[in-house]
Write a protein that binds this ligand. Sequence first.
Ligand SMILES: NC(=O)C1=CN([C@@H]2O[C@H](COP(=O)(O)OP(=O)(O)OC[C@H]3O[C@@H](n4cnc5c(N)ncnc54)[C@H](O)[C@@H]3O)[C@@H](O)[C@H]2O)C=CC1
Ligand SMILES: O=C([O-])CC(=O)C(=O)O
Length: 308
Amino acid sequence: MKVTVVGAGAVGASCAEYIAIKDFASEVVLLDIKEGYAEGKAMDLMQTASLNGFDTKITGITNDYSKTANSDICVITSGIPRKPGMTREELIGINAGIVKAVSSSLIEHSPNTILIVVSNPMDTMTYLAHKSTNLPKNRIIGMGGALDSARFKYRLAEALGAPISDVDGMVIGGHSDTGMVPLTSHATRNSIKVSEFLSEDRLNQVKEDTKVGGATLTKLLGTSAWYAPGAAVSALVQAIACDQKKMFPCSTFLEGEYGLNDICIGVPVILGKNGIESIVDIPLSDAEKAHMQTSAEGVRKTNGLLEL
Ligand SMILES: NC(=O)C1=CN([C@@H]2O[C@H](COP(=O)(O)OP(=O)(O)OC[C@H]3O[C@@H](n4cnc5c(N)ncnc54)[C@H](O)[C@@H]3O)[C@@H](O)[C@H]2O)C=CC1
Ligand SMILES: O=C([O-])CC(=O)C(=O)O
């Protein structure tokens, strides 16, 4: 199993590290445009192998896509991150060109690959990958919902005073400060609905904290987060590599599902060796349905800025 990660920055390196530590891939190739940077990150990570006990071989390369040839999975993290006060959507001007060029170079050398798009604004970048490549829709996956769901569970556990392992929940919709739809109606603690334990006000607070999860960290860190994003990407990569058939909310091209067409947005999917193996239709409350529609309008507005 060969995995390429483009962008050896904060998220790319974190993702490579988690993939290596989980030890399911034979090879991870890290590629960056900055001379020597990916090579340095790969060497540093390889020097953790004997300490962390993994055999995955990590190599770093500067912009030579021939070294990525025949990758089973390619992850795109190249592009600029936001600074405090910015929205993800403001990154489109620079990141669209990067994502388009990178996807095309990756597919030229790995025509059978599964692409995971991470660069922001992620839903629009996933849509761009869909429109600008000839990959079938099951092989283009946007990562956002897995991360947002992990943050939702963190906030739920905090509100419940429970360990995170007691809590389950999912966030669908656009990966943006306003577009995320945390599914409080489905969230549980040990199979009991969280609404049994938390007031409507407290649940609304959890929802709001979840939606601005990325912005909160950007304000604290001065740039956006990388540990949970890297871990979320590695979970998707593992689900595909190990054919786990696990359910994650991912951004995928919709053709009528959830009443939406010609858009990439977060919905629950099953991930396995073919990438997105199916889209899962789950019942939503009226408020969640309405929020999903507004979320889609926001994504469409950003998609409108693309030069396709
Ligand atoms: N979808 C999600 O849930 C998340 C998305 N992100 C996004 O991921 C992206 C990366 O974030 P960070 O790793 O924090 O940024 P970073 O600045 O640490 O790393 C980005 C790397 O991309 C490289 N790069 C730029 N253009 C390139 C090109 N054409 N080819 C190859 N490499 C290139 C840069 O040299 C840099 O090393 C940002 O757009 C950020 O908003 C970040 C966290 C979560
Ligand atoms: O907040 C950002 O800009 C990066 C990101 O998508 C996240 O951490 O959710």
